[in-house]
Design a protein around this ligand. Structure first.
Ligand code: ADP
Ligand code: MG
Length: 245
């Protein structure tokens, strides 16, 4: 059974008398352990698709199954539980709480569960260390670089041990090298078994995935294997004068 299964998904937005066909008859499946890039120009339906895959919205037509379950049929509390437990979200704009430390930001998704305070803290410290931020846990977002803020967001996405990470343009606000550092983290997580779906409009970013699905005007245009360029190798051979301080 695939982890994700989209069957003839369509999504229309009605704006007055105008209907926008954001997604049209989209079908594909993603197996556990895959790293997939979703590509396409602006307006092609990428974010609409991510919202459906993340259970943040429902399709106008078609069926979306997560681990075999039709997400549209889940009751509100089961859907909220699924989103919080099964899916880690990462966004272009990081979406961290400003007046809150990295450690507190990462603990937020744990507050909905029954984990006791000391264990919540230990778990958050563990995932922050995994993304290389062991020495920045008490910093607020404004005291961190863009790349560091995105690492905090990735740690927050990981803290509940989700089955899937959905990232919408995660490198879109970062310089090239920092973006590759973020992709290196995603590749390491994927090598450890995490399923990852990343939206990007940048060809260079998509090359780090093992598969690229292209959208145009809401339609799935192509679905093909990708080279899986090794981000860590690329960073190791980065020009000396551009190495991070
Ligand atoms: P992408 O992420 O690829 O840039 P989107 O999924 O954001 O594309 O948008 C696809 C199409 O749907 C666009 O034409 C966009 O204007 C439209 N759209 C997206 N969200 C909404 C919405 N909430 N209401 C109306 N139209 C929307
Ligand atoms: Mg978008």
């Amino acid at each position: 059974m695939p982890l994700l299964q989209a069957e003839t998904l369509s999504k229309d937005y009605v704006l007055g008398t105008n209907v926008v066909h954001a997604l049209r008859d989209v079908s594909f499946a993603v197996d556990a352990g895959e790293m997939v890039a979703i590509m396409g120009p602006s307006g092609s339906g990428k974010s609409t698709l991510m919202n459906l895959l993340g259970g943040l919205d429902t399709p106008t037509d078609g069926i979306y199954r997560l681990e075999g379950v039709n997400v549209a049929e889940l009751a509100a509390d089961a859907l909220a539980e699924t989103r919080n437990r099964q899916i880690g979200f990462v966004f272009q704009s990081f979406n961290l709480l400003a007046r809150t430390t990295a450690l507190e930001n990462v603990q937020l998704p744990l507050l909905y569960g029954s984990m006791e305070k000391a264990r919540r803290r230990a778990r958050a410290e563990q995932v922050l260390a995994e993304v290389g931020l062991a020495d920045r846990m008490d910093h607020h977002p404004s005291q961190l670089s863009g790349g560091q803020q995105q690492r905090v967001a990735i740690a927050r996405a990981l803290v509940n041990e989700p089955a899937l990470i959905l990232a919408d343009e995660p490198t879109g606000a970062l310089d090239t090298r920092t973006g590759i550092e973020i992709m290196a983290i995603f590749q390491r997580l994927n090598a450890d078994g995490m399923t990852i779906v990343i939206v990007t409009h940048e060809e260079d970013v998509a090359q780090f995935a093992g598969r690229i699905i292209c959208f145009q005007d809401g339609r799935l245009k192509s679905d093909a294997p990708a080279p899986r360029t090794n981000a860590a190798d690329l960073l190791a051979s980065w020009p000396e004068d551009e190495q991070a301080a």
